[in-house]
Design a protein around this ligand. Sequence first.
Ligand code: MSP
Length: 639
Amino acid sequence: MAEQYYITTPIYYVNAEPHIGHAYSTIVADTLNRFYTISPTETFFLTGTDEHGDKIVEAAQKSGQSPKEYVDRISGMFRDLWPKLNISYHRFIRTTDKHHQETVRLILSRVKEKGDIYFSEYEGRYCVGCERFYTDRELVDGKCPDHQTEPQVIREANYFFRMSRYQQWLIDHINDHPDFIRPERYRNEVLSFLTEPLEDLCISRPKSRLTWGITLPFDENFVTYVWFDALINYVSALGYPDGDLFRKFWPHAQHLVAKDILKPHGIYWPCMLKSAGIDPYQHLNVHGYWNISDGKMSKSLGNVVRPLDLVDVYGLDPFRYFLLREMVFGLDSAFSEEALVSRLNSDLANDLGNLVSRSLTMVHRFFKGELPEPGVSDEADEELKKSALELIDLYEREMKTLAIHKALMAIWEVIGRLNKYIDSMAPWVLAKSDRERLGTVIFHIFETLRIIGGLLWPFMPGSAEKIQEQLGLSKTGKDLTLPELRRWGGERPVRNIIRAPALFPRVEKDKKEKREKKTDRGDKGKDEQIPGPPLISFEDFQKLDLRIGTIREAGAIPGSRKLIRLKVDIGEERTVVAGLKDHYKEDDLIGTQVVLVVNLAPVKLMGVESRGMLLAAGDKAGLHLVVPDTPALPGARVK
Ligand code: MSP
């Protein structure tokens, strides 16, 4: 691996619990990190929490805790959330970490030695929300544009960073490196800001006013201004100044932030780095804001959208997919649950889910789960192959320039093509007339799906791995790299191709209302609590005879809205009646392996005798059949 990639998210303030804005940035960083991993590139992904300053002290006081107890608690909420969103970072930094605090003091000393820090009396308008002084020109009707509050007038002696000294250098650097700040609109915003003389930055707070911060190395009576502290996390996390990680990854640093913190990242940070003698970062990637029905999302307005509320109802990958597909990187987006449901039903359940399910069903039905050898390919096959291989190049270009939604659109374009290819090749007709041609078609379907699954991994790691496992591939997830995906026909399945229940069950329209009602009652999840079940003895448990069965036939039962009649192979054939009609299509069930209770007394349902019962789990998303993770022999005992 020749190259490295270093991606950072903002370190989030611990004065509020995580919402979809934080989740978006971190999911984008995770997606990019995964994309570079399969590129393949050696990567480092950093996230964390920003824990000093006025705002934090205020929030701690409100919650009746000491700042330390408070920051430990909220930082823990961020840290606990990320794995639930399948975010896989390398390091979680906290500005209260000892090494970070030492690094801040080291950099302050270096900048001071350089002659870039001076002491001076200052009077200015200070916004506590932003933790910074505002110039008159920045205020709108005398108010902070972000918080709509009038800043306090504060007069005090403080230390200042001679940022003005680096103004021309920064302008030149941005002009010489056109994609230093991207997309272009944010680069232009920074350049336009730099057309006015840059003021020096106040970088201290007297301890008489604030003690919750890092003490200046050259004056015990002051703590460091929160931004001077926070920005340094990007190098302290790598072990600056001597750490191997710093040497290896800093030259490849890319920051990911939203437009709200463009100025500290686009102006303060490069100037700080220059003064400290550290090379500038490589790119600043700036995204827009998620708003709620055209307004801002904020704790005070009470319209904060919590990621796990949505994940609980719609599933993790639909949530990740929606955020990544819906927002044009760099522009604002309005969040709506209706839009999420419609993307889930159309892009995921209909286009992708059906494609995977119908393709795998065909390999099952026509080749008993074994991938056939292809025969001679015709023009339509070649076209499909070309579009799948070209997709990989396009995808790489889009991802590298952060056109994440375009990369997804390109994948869906090929999903559409593959669905059309299946329709026009009609394998079910070929099955009766031309088995060799059928083999070639199935092979092309498999290869295109293999590429689609691989390319989807950065966005929806869980679902992509399921696809890869169902395809029987030996490598999944991060081990399936882009060069390997490019090798058409290069990887035969090592296991039988398996059929599994729908990847993305459709969502009923009224789910959103149900969720809202539940959240209103404040008893979310109550109905999920498992009541203390009566205990049974091991002997009782052993009376149950559970077996693996393969569904061979599935058909309707006249007059029943819910029931399906199944023929299940457990070494012998059993007729079983199951209430699956709302959840599974009869055709999709054929070939699926299930777990069957075989020693239940027979019952008659709608006139059909049922000899056994399938195991399934029920939750808010519907019913999920319990299936073995790899194919097992029909009749195998479940222990
Ligand atoms: N602590 C500072 C960052 C220091 S980085 C050295 C901070 N924290 S924050 O908690 O306010 O996080 C701001 C970041 O959270 C945004 O830049 C963005 O990444 C994310 N978002 C918060 N709200 C958002 C939206 N409504 N929409 C999109 N992202 C948003 O600023």
